[in-house]
Design a protein around this ligand. Sequence first.
Ligand code: KG4
Ligand code: ZN
Length: 349
Amino acid sequence: MRVLAIETSCDETALALVEGAKTPQGFEFTVDKARLLSQAALHAPYGGVYPNLAKREHEKNLPLLWDDFKDEAFDAIAVTAGPGLEPALWQGIEFAKKLSAQTRKPLFGVNHMEGHLVSSLVQDGRLEKVEMPVLGLLISGGHTQFVLMRNWFEYEILGETLDDAVGEAFDKVARMLGLPYPGGPAISAQADLARSKKQISNIKLPRPMINSGTCDVSFSGLKTAALYSLRQAQAASPLSEEAKAAFAAEFEDAVADVFVAKSRKALEDTGANIFVIGGGVAANRYIRERLEKLVLDEFPDVEYRLPHLAITGDNAIMIAQAALCHLLTGDWQEPPADIKAVGNLSIAS
Ligand code: KG4
Ligand code: ZN
């Protein structure tokens, strides 16, 4: 079965054509075509995504991308329904509805977080040997949540951010340090540099909610602490490049410490067999390694799955793969009568 997927939940306009089939142990996927136009450069001056600008760009980009797909055959169309920026989501949904009418192919709405989770479990094009329960840590510019998958398509949110998403904190702190948007890769590069030179920051940041006894997290206080401590440190003279890099490492350490503690709690509480991370921040080398160490040292029976770097950020391949899982198992038979954009659509119903 071949699915054409459309993703416009944030600042990436993406289309993908993915072929999927059931195997004795799960599913296999072949990405026949994938195209993505990123708006990152456009939003960079704002230090974050500007929803109406994103919507206008999707409107412009969707027909450009579709031009590359219009001669292809497919069985169904999948579009991200949420969570995401509503104006941006609507642009993709309206476009998908028109395509569905024009091509007479059924249209299905996909949960963006389910896309991150499912695609992060795929290895070498195969989604197999998925031993439940699966614990997912989904970390991006818009979301930060621990999701437990007890059975296929049955999700429970174990904990989430009470305020800012972790990617947002990376982006804001990068801006404070004069680093470019998106801030995650920039902070990560500076932090790696400081670690390689064994430079340690004199500034110490808090590890918010690390001992809360829950799987919830909070990054707004960390962001504010970063702002005030940087202001204070720079009151007399600007920080040297070395000190800024060391500060980036301290920030990354604070985030990683929190995720390690919360992941430990989630793994203990759930007895999960697989631990997987997904979302844009899951590209972070240091966080990937710290979580790997946790699993190896303390949960040797747990399988740690990491998504391919090419699909950690928003993309349409993940939307196609999630849709194919539902379609190939017969979980989705009839397309819904209507699809609405839901900005805060939860993965757990
Ligand atoms: O999943 P994504 O592409 O879009 C959303 O759904 O938000 O995630 C984007 C976020 C941005 O905040 C970006 O700074 C962050 O992912 N990010 C990273 C890294 N690469 C991207 N954060 C930390 N380290 C990275 N290497
Ligand atoms: Zn995302």
